[in-house]
Design a protein. Structure first.
Length: 531
């Protein structure tokens, strides 16, 4: 078959045999950006490539990178153009969009999508970021790296660090400054210094020794990045000399200290990634699979049945469609949603979230975080209960109480209690600490509003409260020991805490009470009677 265009056609052949229209530049590269099309604005960053500016190109607001290296010989310039061609074809939600480049001599410029914040800045500004959000940042980075390593030809980053992981307004991570080895600064410049420059901190031992580098060097760097994301701390702050640093990493096998109480699965993943032997390190595809499991292990560490439920049905997903979750959850607990629609409506109100995807197949989703909170609040899952009193039954019993107000915040609870009588109280749920999933907010006999946390054993479901009486220095622990798991929270509040904490009147305004009790009734207002 001939590739020659038909006679009288407006098509011509490029040098490689591709057909292009007459009058168009016959190039096999991605669209070349002319220097006059680029408008450079304010500078906001820089790295091994060059200085980064906010700017405009063809009407779009973009990130513009002016390269440090501008004087390239014809061979390197052509290699650079080929790399640009490859990178402009990369499409992945966790990879920065590489839009093109100006390859004119002495005007070498790269144009990318504009994302001004990086992971390093994000975690420093959000010191109290939850573990699940940190793990999702790491997963986004791993997903982007898996895509680069799976490309043909394979793209090795060689400079993976938090500053090269950008985030959008939804905290979606995108890998940047990858590839383009032709225009990165020569490694000899960082090897000759006496101090420790930024980039070597993330370098694998084989890179520091000048050995042949493959994709496993990026995995080593990711292990350190993962540690930084989880801890929010800086790498190797005690090192200030390159020679001693290199010896510590290569000879002494020094790595960052593990934080206390880190989950064993997360610890093992970090250690495997930064192993001194490249062949021991996992691939990024394997890292993604392990992160999926680690996320669930960290969010649901104590309840084995709940942990296994999410892994079996939704492993790898950060959320499930409401209809899928309900179908599997109801089957697990041997209940029929159609037989108890009010309870499932209450469950959706408690843990369901809007599905913000365009044209979603289901308007409501359940995130793994919310499922984990649900287990903290009403667990254990209790699949082997002798009387079949499952987590769902406990949820129903608690949500029907007039004092139950769900996961409202401290400010909302104080607003509800402000105009109420002394002795008015409510129970609210906490998402900050699984060890103390409940808080009693109450108006004391002195008219003050205070808050009392309730501790819960994740495995047994037993609950307890530490109470300080008057001027006594040592708190007294009041426990639900001996109360059946079926109704321990309700009975605990009624029989044991009512007198201890001066709990007299359930606070009105529960949005869940109306689901279970007709509005004209007020059956539970007197749940805790006055003496």
């Amino acid at each position: 078959m001939s590739l020659k265009p038909p006679e009288n056609s407006d098509l011509v052949l490029s040098a490689s045999g591709k057909q292009v229209r007459r009058g168009h530049v016959a190039t096999d590269r991605a669209p070349e950006i002319r220097s006059e099309e680029i408008e450079i604005g304010d500078k906001f960053g820089g790295g091994c490539f060059g200085s980064v500016y906010k700017g405009k190109c063809r009407g779009a607001t973009v990130a513009i990178k002016q390269l440090h290296k501008q004087d390239l010989d014809s061979k390197i310039l052509e290699d650079f153009r080929k790399e640009v061609d490859i990178l402009t074809q990369m499409r992945h939600p966790n990879v920065v969009l590489f839009m093109g480049a100006c390859t004119e001599q002495h005007k070498l410029t790269i144009v990318c999508e504009l994302l001004k914040e990086n992971v390093n800045d994000l975690i420093q500004k959000n010191k109290d970021m939850s573990l699940d959000k940190r793990l999702l940042l790491a997963k986004g980075a791993a997903a982007g790296m898996a895509w680069l390593h799976g490309a043909n030809p394979q793209i090795i980053h060689r400079d993976l660090k938090p500053a090269n992981l950008l985030v959008d307004e939804h905290w979606n991570v995108k890998v940047c400054d990858f590839g383009l080895s032709q225009v990165k600064l020569p490694e000899v410049k960082i090897k000759d210094g006496k101090s420790v420059p930024g980039t070597p901190l993330w370098m694998a031992p084989e890179v520091l020794m000048g050995k042949q580098v493959d994709s496993k060097a990026d995995v080593y760097s990711f292990g350190l990045v993962l540690w930084e994301i989880i801890t929010g701390q800086a790498l190797f702050p005690h090192h200030d000399n390159y020679a001693s640093f290199k010896k510590a990493i290569v000879v002494d096998n020094e790595r960052p200290p593990m934080p206390e109480n880190i989950h064993p699965a997360l610890r093992k993943l970090m250690e495997d990634c930064w192993d001194k032997e490249p062949n021991v390190r996992p691939t990024f595809t394997q890292i993604l699979t392990r992160l999926d499991s680690v996320l669930i292990d960290c969010l649901i560490p104590a309840d084995e049945d709940a942990n296994a439920f999410w892994k079996e049905h939704f492993l790898g997903a950060t959320h499930a469609l409401w209809r899928d979750f309900v179908a599997r959850f109801a089957r697990l607990l041997k209940v029929n949603p159609n037989d108890d629609p009010i309870a499932f409506e209450a469950l959706q109100k408690l843990i369901g979230e809007p599905n913000r995807e365009p044209n979603p197949p289901d308007p409501v989703i359940v995130t793994v975080q919310k499922f984990a909170h649900f287990v903290d609040w009403f667990g254990p899952l209790t699949l082997k209960s002798t009387d079949n009193f499952t987590i769902f039954a406990r949820m129903k019993l608690i949500m029907q109480q007039a004092w139950f107000h769900g996961d409202i915040g401290k400010d909302d609870s104080e607003r509800l209690l402000a105009s109420e009588k002394v002795g008015t109280f409510l129970l609210r749920l906490s998402t900050h600490d699984p060890v103390t999933p409940y808080t009693i907010s109450k108006k004391t006999n002195k008219g003050q509003i205070n808050h009392q946390r309730i501790k819960k054993d994740a495995k047994t479901g037993a609950i307890s409260v530490r109470i300080v009486y008057g001027d006594k220095k040592d708190p007294v622990t009041v426990s639900s020991a001996g109360i059946h798991l079926r109704d321990n929270l309700c009975t605990f509040l009624d029989k044991q805490l009512a007198k201890e904490l001066y709990l007299k009147i359930p606070c009105p305004g529960s949005k869940y009470k109306a689901l279970f009790i007709p509005k004209f009734q007020d059956a539970l207002v007197g749940y805790l009677e006055d003496d």
